[in-house]
Ligand binder design. Sequence first.
Ligand code: SF4
Ligand code: SF4
Length: 80
Amino acid sequence: MKKIILFTSMLGLVFLSVFAAAKYKPHVYPPDCVGCADCVVECPKRGKAIALVRGKAVINVEECIGCMKCVSVCSYGAVR
Ligand code: SF4
Ligand code: SF4
């Protein structure tokens, strides 16, 4: 019985972590953004999920699918 409870708990934790990871949407930290637009070009939802506003990248969380491409492409660590 103890093994079943342990297994069920572990399974629950795995599902929770996968769900949490899928839900995460990155954020732009304006002071670190230089407005190079690399993130805008790489975003699969070009122009909808991330765009430059007054020289800084801004993410639209409603459109963002959380793929994290903008995070990986930003050389300045401005998207986290
Ligand atoms: S790639 Fe980074 S520095 Fe360039 S616009 Fe996007 S957030 Fe700003
Ligand atoms: S996480 Fe993906 S979809 Fe969201 S803004 Fe970044 S590149 Fe675009």
